[in-house]
Design a protein around this ligand. Structure first.
Ligand code: UT7
Length: 325
């Protein structure tokens, strides 16, 4: 069995900061409510860059610190729900932007679990020798699909991108992976796209979906708290590891209260969880790779450290990975 290891990370977040105070000027909300219910203080908003642009910047940073050349990349997986094009894919645009001429490139849609799903596919392709050096990118410009008049959702999301370079390795890296989907609960977190549109379409049959994020927050909260526990326990047991051996858990950054719940339920000190939701809000597929890069950049991750990444979100989807750094 060929192992795969994360050899480099990168991230990029737009410079424009939107604070809770700023949002309270156009919807009926306030800093106290947002901080106490979510932990979010501010988020980044893209003003002159789209999803492929910020994904490219994160990818370039990972590539630069890896010491590899763009030609060495043979797989690019781009996880997002906010790509600016249906075709070419975001992954193919990144391929062009960075000059990764030898890569196979494609997008995946698993919402906030996208980075974990992408890592799973990359690891699997590496293990069957279909790839050696894979760029897995999570990038979102959620500000495009947020309803800025809906206080229930507009305070939650932000824009950003993160990337990791996964390479075939003799050393241990990805120890165990777990992904699962719950399609029957998909309507608790929705955003419509293109509805049926052709000269033969029966107008009376067409129900176009709102192309903004609509969420049943309480339902998703319930799902998230059970999914996070299940996924962590699964990768721990599949990896023959104990929670005590794990140095950090890097959860999807949706809500501070979800992370706090997991910490209490699993009896793991909160300081083992990496939290940056205060600075970026929920950046969906980008949140885990943004956090991973921050930790890597701050030398929080040393060779041999065991960490868990865990995500949950639209689909509904969830998953986790136990990783030896
Ligand atoms: O990445 C995908 C995963 N997504 C998630 O994990 C999100 C999971 N859900 C959540 O994080 C929480 O459910 C929310 C943060 C979305 C909402 O928190 P909550 O504690 O579940 O609040 P709620 O929806 O039950 O609303 C409580 C009250 C309501 O007022 P009433 O009906 O009790 O009078 C809301 O209208 O808070 C009100 N409210 C607000 N008030 C001020 C909702 N949004 C706001 C707001 N400012 N922005």
């Amino acid at each position: 069995m060929i192992n795969s290891k994360i050899i480099a990370t990168g991230n990029y977040t737009p410079s424009f900061i939107l604070t809770n105070e700023d949002i309270s000027k156009f919807v009926d909300t306030n800093d106290e409510w947002i901080v106490s219910r979510t932990g979010i203080k501010e988020r980044r908003i893209a003003t002159d860059e789209d999803t492929s642009d910020i994904g490219t910047k994160a990818a370039l940073e990972a590539l630069k610190s890896s010491g590899l050349e763009a030609e060495d990349i043979d797989l690019i997986i781009f996880a997002s729900i906010t790509g600016e094009m249906l075709t070419p894919s975001m992954a193919c645009i990144v391929q062009k932007n960075i000059g990764a001429i030898n890569a196979t490139a494609f997008d995946i849609n698993a919402a906030c679990s996208g980075f974990i799903y992408g890592l799973t596919i990359a690891h699997s392709l590496i293990s069957i020798k279909q790839a050696k050096n894979a760029l897995v990118i999570g990038a979102e410009v959620l500000s495009k699909i947020v309803n800025w008049e809906d206080r229930n959702t507009c305070v939650l999301f932000g824009d950003g991108a993160g990337a990791a370079l996964l390479s075939a390795s003799e050393e241990k890296g990805i120890i165990s992976l777990y992904t699962k989907s719950v399609g029957e609960k998909g309507d608790s977190l929705e955003c419509g796209a293109l509805s049926l549109r052709n000269p033969f379409a029966k107008k009376e049959e067409i129900q176009s979906k709102d192309n903004h994020v609509i969420m049943d927050g309480r339902e998703v909260f319930k799902f998230a708290t059970s999914a996070i526990i299940e996924a962590i326990e699964k990768v721990i047991s599949d990896g023959n590891c104990s929670l005590e051996e794990v140095k950090y858990i890097i959860p999807h950054q949706a809500n501070y209260r979800i992370i706090d719940f997991a910490s209490r339920k699993l009896n793991i000190p909160l300081n083992k969880f990496y939290i940056n939701v205060d600075k970026y809000g929920n950046t969906s597929a980008a949140s885990i790779p943004i956090a991973l890069h921050e930790m890597n950049n701050n030398a929080m991750l040393q060779k041999g450290d065991k960490v868990i990444i865990v995500g949950f979100g639209g689909g509904l989807t969830y998953g986790a990975a136990l990783i030896e750094w």
